[in-house]
Design a protein around this ligand. Structure first.
Ligand code: SAM
Length: 285
C-alpha cells in the first residue's frame, strides 16, 4: 500500500467529493430519524496543509486553494465554508489562514446527532492509527482497521438502517474498478434503501463511460453522476477529472449542486475545455 492521502488532501477530487458529501448529509438530516454513515476508505480524517506531504505535492493549491481564493466561496458553498472556518478560525474570505483540511471521517463525525452512528474503515496500519488519534474517542464512531470492501459487506444493512456509505478507494490495484463494481452491487443488494456515494478518478473518459454503463445496466435504481473535468482527458496517465456516483440520491440533489459545481469548475479548471456535468445515469422508475 503506497497510497497516502496526505499528498492529495484538498485537491480537486477531494473538493468535489466533500462538497457533495456535505449536501448528502444535509439531506439525510432533514428528517429527525437517526442515520448510519459508513466510510469504507477513510484516510486519516484531518490533514495539515503546511505539512511536508501537502507542500511537496502542492495539489491542494489547485483544489481548495483555488476555490477559496474567490471571496464568493463563502456564499456559494456555505456548508463547506462553515466547516473550514470552524477548523481554521483564522480563515479569511479570499482563503488566507487555511491550514487544517477535513477528510471525510471528520465531516461525518461533525454531522453526528443523537442516535446517529459512524463506521470508518482504513486498511493502512499507520493511517488507521492516525485516524484514531485525529477522530478521538467517540461512542458514536467505530473505527475499523480492515479492508473497506469486506467491511461494506459485513456492515450492511446497518443499524440504524437509514444512511449512506461513502466508497472512496485509492485505485492502486489494477483491478480496483472490478472490485469496486462487485462491492457496490453487493452493498446495494444487501441495503436497497441505502445511499451509496462512489468516488472515481477520470483519466481516460472512454473507459470511465463504459464502466458507468456496465454499472447502470446492473443497478436499475436511480443513480446520479456528478463529474468535473479540469482539462480535456487527452493524456490518460494523469487525473483529468473526478466524479461521484450517487445511488439513491436525495430529492433535487442535482438542482442543488448545479451552481456549486459550475463555481468549482470556474475555480479549478486547468485548461480550456474543462467541464462540469450532472447527469442521470439511471432514472427513477
Ligand atoms: N475518504 C477519504 C477522504 O475523503 O478524506 C480519503 C480516502 S483515500 C482516497 C483512500 C484511503 O483508502 C487511503 O487512506 C488508503 O490507505 C485506504 N485504503 C486503500 N485500500 C484500502 C482497503 N482495501 N480498505 C480500506 N482502506 C483502504
Amino acid at each position: 500500500m503506497n497510497y497516502r492521502h496526505a499528498f492529495h488532501a484538498g485537491n480537486f477530487g477531494d473538493v468535489l467529493k466533500h462538497v457533495v458529501l456535505l449536501e448528502l448529509l444535509d439531506a439525510l438530516h432533514r428528517k429527525p430519524n437517526p442515520v448510519h454513515l459508513i466510510d469504507t476508505h477513510a484516510g486519516i480524517g484531518l490533514y495539515d496543509l503546511a505539512a511536508d506531504e501537502a507542500q511537496r505535492s502542492g495539489e491542494y493549491r489547485f483544489g481548495i486553494g483555488a476555490v477559496l481564493s474567490d471571496p464568493q466561496a463563502a456564499k456559494l458553498l456555505p456548508r463547506y465554508w462553515d466547516v473550514l472556518q470552524r477548523l481554521n478560525p483564522e480563515l479569511k474570505a479570499g482563503g488566507s489562514g487555511l491550514r487544517r483540511y477535513p477528510g471525510s471521517p471528520w465531516l461525518l463525525q461533525d454531522s453526528v446527532r443523537a442516535g446517529d452512528r459512524v463506521s470508518l474503515c482504513e486498511l493502512h496500519p499507520q493511517d488507521a492509527e492516525t485516524l484514531k488519534y485525529n477522530i478521538g474517542r467517540d461512542p458514536a464512531v467505530a473505527i475499523h482497521h480492515r479492508d473497506g470492501f469486506e467491511a461494506l459487506k459485513a456492515l450492511t444493512p446497518p443499524t440504524p438502517r437509514r444512511g449512506l456509505a461513502l466508497i472512496d478507494p485509492a485505485f492502486e490495484a489494477k483491478d480496483e474498478f472490478d472490485t469496486l463494481t462487485r462491492a457496490v452491487l453487493l452493498a446495494h443488494q444487501r441495503w436497497a434503501t441505502g445511499q451509496l456515494a462512489v468516488w472515481y478518478p477520470i483519466k481516460d473518459q472512454k473507459s470511465i463511460d463504459s464502466w458507468k454503463a456496465s454499472l447502470a445496466r446492473q443497478l436499475k435504481v436511480e443513480t446520479l453522476c456528478i463529474e468535473l473535468t479540469v482539462r480535456p482527458a487527452k493524456d490518460a496517465k494523469q487525473m483529468n477529472g473526478t466524479g461521484l456516483l450517487v445511488i439513491n440520491p436525495p430529492w433535487q440533489l442535482g438542482e442543488t449542486l448545479k451552481p456549486m459545481l459550475d463555481f468549482l469548475k470556474s475555480r479549478m479548471a486547468r485548461e480550456s475545455g474543462a467541464a462540469a456535468k450532472i447527469t442521470s445515469l439511471v432514472k427513477a422508475s
